[in-house]
Ligand binder design. Structure first.
Ligand SMILES: *Cc1c(COP(=O)(O)O)cnc(C)c1O
Length: 484
């Protein structure tokens, strides 16, 4: 047995490289990361898909090691070249992500020390860090001290946790589902529907409440529909509002919807995955008034706080609702449950062992301070109005709505031919050019292009460039008649 152990140990110890190997790898990786960051101004926002990263398939994990230079080359060619570059300031599609550099360092630290952030007893510091960030956000949105929350992997999972918390808080049982009613609009993010199905609520009655001309839920229609449903013997259960819808950035009238939900004793959920962090600005404070009426709300730090992907947030007005929905007992956890000055993330979420996500949020906030975040968010709101003003001056373009937050819908009206096909061609041409990336949407049968301004690296010169490219491409399509 001794020989065998010696042999295995010698091989196993390869997993713990010495200082000089670590330095070598570290150097190679940070050099790669630093030059990527330095080049962001020149790198395209969207690059041709080429062979779509197939090179990775030719180099699967093998028994023997590869060297770090080869490995980084594989990443460069197959991962960091084709497709969308969300770190680019030219990313104006969907809802842009960010990628603040200190967040990467936070992930590095979290991974190296590997503190167990699921349970207070294991790492009181890690848990306090996460809970402190949650309380900080609770204060920003005007929640009382009974509030709490959890750092999730993204907005979709945060929405799922909100739906399960609502289900359990309202005591909705499987047999009630067919008669339970959820109220929302057609503009609610698709992940909410996914969440309801996963939570076993797929058979619930869905009432899509009509919207005003700016795609905001009409409160009087909501109240009437709830009352009518009650009369029919149905069980109104939950109202879902958007605070910054993905399509148009519309904010539902939160104060009125919150009051109606409370009158009828329904759970009020606000999806603020995109728009929530604008509460850090004065303008956002005004626009998001009433958000504190939500029983639950979600925000995405990997959108509005410019962090790299992998961080969503759920806040609940009464922390006990999340605890109730996720509580557990396990004999093998009995020692860990003795020390509990603060609630543990594992008690507030479906996860037990989890990534120590707090560090990637805390480090940038500490190293930068909050002030530049407020400024960057206010900048995005102003850039949206600037984009609207500029694009409206280019003949042929029209903007149907004043931007509510930082998403601007617009379209080109060609002299003749199919306008939808024209705008789709325009999107194609933008992607081919690659310096700017925008995505489109269809509302009431009309194709619109969206300028979604939320990347930390998007500034006035990016918008000027976008306007020039749009003008140039539209003129070209108009002239060449690429579109029938
Ligand atoms: C992005 C978004 C989501 C989904 O969040 P993920 O982090 O992508 O899972 C949900 N709702 C809204 C309004 C969003 O913008």
């Amino acid at each position: 047995m001794g020989d065998r152990l010696e042999e295995l140990e010698a091989l196993a110890r390869q997993l713990e490289p010495d200082r000089s190997t670590r330095d070598h790898w570290h150097q190679a990786v940070t050099t790669y990361g630093q030059s990527f960051t330095d080049q962001l101004d020149e790198l395209p926002a969207f690059a041709p898909l080429g062979d779509k990263g197939k090179g990775l398939l030719e180099a699967p994990p093998a028994e023997e090691p590869d060297n770090v230079e080869n490995v980084l080359q594989l990443i460069r060619d197959n991962v960091d070249t084709p497709g969308l570059n969300p770190a680019s300031g030219g990313h104006l599609g969907y809802i842009p992500g960010g990628g603040l550099y200190p967040s990467a360092l936070g992930d590095y630290l979290a991974a190296v020390t590997n503190r167990y952030a699921g349970i207070f007893f294991s790492s009181p510091g890690a848990v306090r860090m996460e809970n402190m960030l949650i309380r900080w956000l609770c204060e920003q949105v005007g929640y009382p001290s009974t509030a709490g929350g959890n750092l999730a992997s993204g907005g979709s999972i945060a929405n799922l946790m909100a739906v399960t918390a609502a289900r359990d808080a309202k005591g909705l049982r499987a047999r009630d589902v067919e008669n339970a009613v959820v109220y929302l609009t057609q503009q609610v993010h698709h992940c909410v529907d996914k969440a309801m199905r996963i939570a076993g609520l797929g058979e619930m009655v869905r009432r899509f409440i009509p919207m005003d001309e700016r795609f905001r839920m009409k409160p009087d229609e909501l109240a009437e529909t709830i009352a009518a449903d009650q009369k029919k013997g149905l069980k109104p259960f939950m109202v879902i509002a958007s605070a910054g819808s993905t399509d148009t950035g519309a904010i539902d009238p939160l104060p009125a919807l919150g009051d109606i939900a409370s009158t009828y004793d329904l759970w009020f959920h606000v999806d603020a995955a995109y728009g929530g962090f604008f509460v850090l600005t004065e303008e956002g404070q005004t626009k998001l008034q009433g958000i504190d009426k939500a029983d639950s709300l979600i925000l995405d730090p990997h959108k509005g706080l410019f962090l790299p992907y992998g961080l969503g947030m759920i806040l609940v007005k009464d922390q006990n609702t999340l605890l109730q929905s996720n509580k557990f007992e396990a004999n093998y956890m009995q020692d860990a449950q003795m020390v509990r000055d603060e609630p543990s993330p594992a008690e507030m979420s479906p996860e037990l062992t989890k990534h120590f996500r707090g560090m990637r949020m805390w480090l940038p906030l500490k190293l930068f301070g909050v002030k530049p975040f407020r400024a960057a968010l206010a900048e995005k709101l102003t850039l949206a109005r600037y984009f609207k003003k500029q694009i409206e001056q280019v003949p042929g373009f029209e903007v149907p709505l004043e931007p509510e937050l930082s998403v601007v819908l617009f379209r080109y009206r060609p002299n003749e031919g199919d306008a939808n096909a024209f705008n789709q061609e325009l999107i194609q041409q933008l992607q081919k050019d690659g310096r700017i990336f925008m995505s489109s949407t269809t509302i009431d049968g009309l194709v619109y292009i969206r300028a979604a301004i939320l990347s930390v690296r998007t500034h006035r010169d990016t918008i000027d460039l976008a306007i020039r490219i749009l003008q140039e491409k539209a003129t070209l399509i108009q002239k060449n008649g690429t579109v029938s």
